[in-house]
Design a protein around this ligand. Structure first.
Ligand code: NAD
Ligand code: AHE
Ligand code: ZN
Length: 383
């Protein structure tokens, strides 16, 4: 048993005291895990746009003060009463989309949206409705059931998965959100079929992973769309056959008209990876009449709504969404990690990591992300 088991641990964490304010590195107290919970020493976490979105105050579920972060990996430090699936030292990836294998959703075979802890994680509390973090005498909320911006975090036993300890956590942390989300949206949610045409709007981490998913399904044409020209070489490296910057069209055609012309009536599959509701509409309307399917992955700000003429749907286009790529974390991440370690993965995981930061300078990492400079910034939580 670890020397810290059963004791409160004081460690560093990036605390979001209030919306739209920089994160503050603080000493936080992390209580031991209670029944059904696991305490994890977080080694690495990716920075995802959703963390920034919540910090900016645009998340209806945002609660402050809180410890954000949901793309984390680390080691089990100790387990609470009744936890048999994990032991001290296990190498784990945190799961913001939990998997309990027992709830109606998990048992349905129709969705990855386990609801065992969803209501409480959305409120920033543990399943017993209390918190495990304290700072300066004040209770600090959890985030997405993970809170990976802390050197130690406590999560439900349903919100983590053990993976091959040989896999480097500075890379596998990305499987906790962005990469799995994009790849799974292409291969699970949309289930792209061989020979089909695909358009991906927004070539960040998520969009690149959609491209890799489309490539792995042998799509015949994969069109990447981004307002940033620098994304062209990235897109091509990850499987795009074409790149369009919609701001550089000659003015005679909209992006939808251009795509419809290029693909003889529209695409078989489109994906929004921007979070912009106008782009979501473009993605839907660029789909082929009769069968095109558009998948929304981007997270839109509070108050934003999507719209289109119902005729678009009446005439056979389908609109759907995807969370965590439709992937069941406990059931599927271990094999994704194994494919990475044995060199058979269709995902170029290492290439997604363009920037590094330490916990102490996590704000610099956020700044790079906001400037659109990085695909993923991975934070070393030990420094
Ligand atoms: P990112 O910011 O790295 O990438 C977004 C890309 O979209 C950028 O390259 C940007 O230049 C481009 N873009 C912006 N406006 C555009 C426009 N009008 N037309 C075309 N391209 C445009 O973000 P990311 O990390 O790849 O995440 C993408 C979105 O997915 C975010 O909204 C994020 O919150 C969301 N997300 C959702 C899930 C999920 O499970 N549904 C998981 C992870 C992330
Ligand atoms: N809290 C927001 C919704 C945010 C959202 O849609 N989150 C995505 C994951 S983003 C990861 O980077 C998701 O998985 N949603 C499904 C779920 O159960 O949260 C809001 O609008 O309230
Ligand atoms: Zn994310």
């Amino acid at each position: 048993m670890s020397s810290t088991a059963g004791k409160t641990i004081t460690c560093k964490a990036a605390v979001a005291w209030e919306a739209s304010k920089p994160l503050s590195i603080e000493d936080v107290e992390v209580e031991p895990p209670r029944a059904g919970e696991v305490r994890v020493k977080v080694t690495y976490t990716g920075l995802c746009h959703t963390d920034y979105y919540t910090l900016s105050g645009n998340d209806p579920e945002g609660a402050f003060p809180s410890i954000l972060g949901h793309e984390g990996a680390g080691f089990v430090e100790s387990v609470g009463e009744g936890v048999t699936e994990f032991k001290e030292g296990d190498s784990v990836i945190l799961l913001y989309t939990a998997e309990c294998k027992q709830c109606k959703f998990c048992k349905s075979g129709k969705t990855n949206l386990c609801q065992s802890v969803r209501a409480t994680s959305g409120q920033g509390v543990m399943p017993d409705k209390t918190v495990r973090f304290k700072c300066k005498g004040q209770e600090i909320k959890h985030f997405m059931g993970t809170s990976s911006f802390s050197q130690y975090t406590v999560v439900s036993q349903y919100s983590l998965v053990a993976v091959d300890p040989k896999a480097p956590q500075e890379k596998t942390c990305l499987l906790g959100c962005g990469v799995t989300t994009g790849f799974g949206a292409a291969t699970h949610t949309a289930n792209i079929s061989q020979g089909s045409t695909v358009a991906v709007f927004g070539i960040g981490c998520v969009g690149l992973a959609v491209l890799e998913g489309a490539k792995s399904r042998k799509a015949s044409r994969i069109i990447a769309i981004d307002t940033n020209d620098k994304k062209q070489s990235w897109a091509e490296r990850f499987g795009a056959t074409d790149f369009i910057n919609p701001t550089k069209l000659d003015g005679k055609q909209t992006i939808v008209e251009k795509l419809v012309e290029l693909t003889d009536g529209g695409l078989d599959y489109t994906f929004d990876c921007t979070g912009n509701t106008d782009v979501m509409r473009q993605a839907l309307e660029a789909c082929h009449k009769g069968w095109g399917v558009s998948t929304i992955i981007g997270v839109a700000a509070a108050g934003k709504e999507i719209s289109t003429r119902p005729f678009q749907l009446v005439t056979g286009r389908k609109w759907q969404g995807s969370a965590f790529g439709g992937v069941k974390g406990k059931s599927e991440l271990p094999a994704m990690v194994d494919a990475y370690t044995n060199g058979t993965s269709p995902i170029q995981l290492d290439a997604y990591v363009t920037h590094h930061a330490t916990l102490t300078d996590i704000e610099t990492g956020f700044a790079k992300m906001k400037e659109g400079e990085c695909i993923r910034c991975v934070v070393d939580m030990s420094k």
